[in-house]
Design a protein around this ligand. Structure first.
Ligand SMILES: C[S@@+](CC[C@H](N)C(=O)[O-])C[C@H]1O[C@@H](n2cnc3c(N)ncnc32)[C@H](O)[C@@H]1O
Length: 315
């Protein structure tokens, strides 16, 4: 039987609902309903643009005093700890009394409370008739750090999309080897290495490739970026993440885009593609099996819309 050890809490902007749902399917293999879910799989919230926090359940009870009793009996101890109330339900009336709940727990945990840089953070929450106490993991305050990379250009992806692409390509399994064969200034590489993947970049334009290297060096990441054409890649990978160049032609008439797809197929078992138009028919013609897809809507009027395609390669 599946024992759900973690409670996840997420949020997304309306235009990224579909990409959030695709990310959840890729990381947890289920269809998202609502913004709170219970899961067995451990994923750190910092790798996702949508996950806010994760509570690893230690005790569940129908009353707060039972939680207190369980903590006393188990002699929960932790140096430099902090207790936070996690608001999961919008109209949670207990939230107003959060300081009292946290204080009551803080007084019985063995160890010293620490509010500036706690080594252990505990969470307490009430959700659908039950109290939950556990270890709380929150997004690192640096989860958006790569937005301050030294080099960006008009074709760069946004941070949220780059994180989502990594999670779709790797399914949260950091033993997978990934490649971004048209890496631009390295937006996807930065999120890949941050999440712990072995990821490599290729880029045909030497100046752009150097900008990617500079971006990676800026954050002290050790990632190889090779200047070259995708057709010269000889190694093979679990997945390619391909943000197709935005050509002057439609996909059907663009030889370079077709070449990129054929080569991504040659070097990887799975392809996660980003396109600016609906290329479903063309992908099928290329013998790619589309296993999932989504649209990233426009944030503002006139903004760019993108498609994400997840394809299995039938070798
Ligand atoms: C849409 S941009 C990628 C942007 C990137 N995701 C980022 O956020 O910085 C596509 C990149 O593919 C590169 N490119 C085009 N044809 C290529 C090829 N045949 N092999 C490798 N890279 C190629 C272009 O120079 C361009 O930088």
């Amino acid at each position: 039987m599946k024992t759900e050890r973690f409670i996840y809490n997420l949020n997304y902007p309306a235009n990224e609902k579909e990409s959030c749902e695709l990310e959840v399917r890729s990381l947890f293999q289920f269809d998202l309903k609502g913004k709170v879910f219970f899961e067995t799989r451990k994923v750190h919230p910092s790798v996702s643009p949508f996950l806010k926090n994760r509570l690893e359940i230690i005790f569940q009870a129908s009353t707060f005093s039972e939680i207190i009793e369980s903590i006393i009996i188990a002699k929960i101890a932790a140096p430099d700890f902090m207790v936070k109330y996690v608001e999961l339900e919008k109209d949670d009336r207990r939230f107003k009394k959060r300081r009292e709940y946290c204080k009551a727990i803080g007084l019985i945990i063995e160890g010293f409370p620490c509010y500036t840089a706690p080594k252990n953070t505990f969470g307490i929450t009430f959700y659908k008739g039950n109290w939950y106490f556990g270890k709380l993991a929150e997004r690192s305050p640096y989860w958006k750090a790569h937005n301050k990379k030294p080099n960006a250009y008009s074709s760069s992806l946004d941070l949220n999309t780059a994180k989502v692409l990594i999670n779709i390509a790797g399914n949260g399994d950091i033993s997978k080897r990934l490649i971004d064969p048209c890496c631009g200034v390295g937006t996807v590489l930065l999120e890949g290495v941050w999440a712990g993947y072995d990821i490599t970049g290729w880029e045909i334009n030497s100046k752009v490739a150097e900008s990617a290297r500079e971006n990676l060096r800026h954050f002290n990441y050790d990632v190889t970026v090779i200047t070259g054409d995708i057709q010269d890649i000889e190694d093979s990978f679990d997945a390619s993440i391909v943000d197709l160049p935005y050509g002057n032609f439609s996909f059907k008439n663009d030889e370079n885009q077709l070449k990129i797809i054929r080569n991504a197929r040659r070097i990887s078992n799975k392809i996660v593609l980003v396109s600016s138009e609906d290329i479903r028919e063309e992908l099928v013609k290329e013998n790619l099996k589309i296993i999932d897809h989504c649209k990233i809507g426009k944030k503002t009027k006139g903004a760019f819309m993108r498609y994400i395609w997840v394809c299995d390669v039938d070798q």
